[in-house]
Design a protein around this ligand. Structure first.
Ligand SMILES: NC(=O)c1ccc[n+]([C@@H]2O[C@H](COP(=O)([O-])OP(=O)(O)OC[C@H]3O[C@@H](n4cnc5c(N)ncnc54)[C@H](O)[C@@H]3O)[C@@H](O)[C@H]2O)c1
Length: 363
């Protein structure tokens, strides 16, 4: 429908904005478009839900092809954050921001300051953090202009690198999946393939080798793989892991490694890793089920970093936060029980757990 206002401004399509906010049949509460021509800032802050608490989610600084794809990413990722926080049992909602542009050329103190001031105008409904294209150093800068930021460096009062606790959450997710699959959470002797020996993969290998697992790992970056093999002499380096004989496959590099084709070659009984968006498309989950492979949904397994960010907002120490991350074990057990009892996929079961927590906060 095209409407013309009394002062003859023509609105293109009255359904454009609110239809988009009903992204994926899940309406967003608020979307803010922020612009500061002097610094070149163009940002979109999407608040999907504040039902459980302030909407926490990182700021992605990326040269999006156009504004539509930037908006789509902000809407998609903020909805994902609502479910991730709810499944982790946090009193946090879901939000995400995108800054449009190439961070290597556009990022400046003035731009981050302008962005921080926009975050501040939301009065704490949105809390920002690092993501692709933004770092803890950037969060330190932004924190000069808003209180609503987490993921800062330790020197600036933040909780620092989230990789160790993300890895701890993945490790306990694996233990829970092992208990459900093999009747014991003990990973000693299990053959685990870790794909990606970066920040999270490195710490996961440490936990797995300490637990007595037989770890095989790969990385396209030779330096990252060498560092891991030097520090963990029992580690077996490989050129790839997904198609090798495994009990557990742990994707800790990029997402979208699980496709119809790669799942056919998978010998692992459990898939559990840190990478975001592991499935190429939702149909892959069905194939995993048909092959009796237990998939721990990525947003459940990798919530340790988010739990750390939530702790930072409450000024909690790492010692306070660690038991909260270990509780991911219980969440994964609950999800696997629901999946088995209701005959649904683990992804559906995880969404049910999150939906139940959101609904109980609403009523
Ligand atoms: N760091 C966190 O706290 C955190 C939290 C949640 C989710 N994640 C997700 O976990 C994954 C790993 O995060 P990270 O912080 O360790 O990132 P990272 O960049 O430190 O490590 C990723 C590693 O994967 C390697 N890699 C890339 N493509 C590969 C391929 N095809 N095969 C093998 N190795 C490959 C890279 O060389 C790099 O060493 C990412 O998908 C990230 O989004 C990280």
């Amino acid at each position: 429908m095209t409407l013309t206002s009394p002062d003859t401004v023509e609105y293109v399509d009255s359904a454009f904005v609110f239809d988009r906010l009903d992204f994926d049949d899940s309406p967003h509460e608020q979307v803010a478009f922020c612009q500061d021509p002097e610094s070149g800032l163009k940002a979109i802050i999407a608040i999907h839900s504040t039902v459980l608490g302030p909407a926490l989610g990182g700021t992605r600084f990326y040269p999006f092809a156009d504004e539509r794809s930037a908006l789509t990413d902000a809407l998609r990722l903020s909805k994902g954050m609502t479910y991730k926080a709810a499944a982790a049992g946090l009193q946090l909602g879901g939000g995400k921001a995108v800054i449009i542009g190439d961070p290597s050329t556009l990022k400046s103190e003035a731009l981050l300051a302008a962005y921080g001031r926009f975050v501040e105008t939301l009065g704490g409904r949105y809390v920002t953090a690092g993501d692709v294209g933004t770092t803890s150093d950037d969060m330190d800068v932004i924190s000069k202009y808003t209180d609503h930021v987490t993921g800062r460096n330790v020197a600036a009062g933040g909780s620092g690198d989230s990789a160790p606790l993300t890895a701890l959450g993945v490790f306990h997710s694996m233990r829970a999946a092992a208990a459900s699959t093999w009747g014991s959470a003990n990973l000693a002797g299990r053959r685990v393939g870790v794909e990606g020996t970066g920040k999270v993969g490195y710490h996961l290998i440490r936990l797995l080798t300490e637990a007595g697992a037989a770890v095989v790992a790969c990385d396209i970056n030779a330096d990252a793989l060498n560092r891991a093999t030097q520090d963990f002499p029992d580690l077996t380096p490989a050129t790839g892991v997904i198609a090798s004989p495994l009990d557990i496959y742990a994707p800790c590099a990029l997402g979208a490694t699980l496709s119809q084709r790669s799942v056919r070659d998978l010998s692992a009984t459990i898939v559990c890793g840190a990478a975001n968006n592991q499935l190429v498309d939702p149909t892959v989950e069905q194939s995993l089920s048909e092959q009796r492979i237990t998939w721990v949904p990525d947003f459940v397994a990798n919530a340790g970093g988010l739990i750390q960010m939530a702790g930072e907002l409450e000024h909690k120490s790492a010692a306070d936060v660690t038991p909260r991350v270990e509780k991911i074990f219980d969440t994964v057990q609950e999800i696997l029980e629901i999946a088995a009892l209701d005959g649904v996929s683990t992804g559906t079961a995880a969404n049910r757990v999150a939906d139940a927590r959101i609904d109980s906060a609403r009523h």
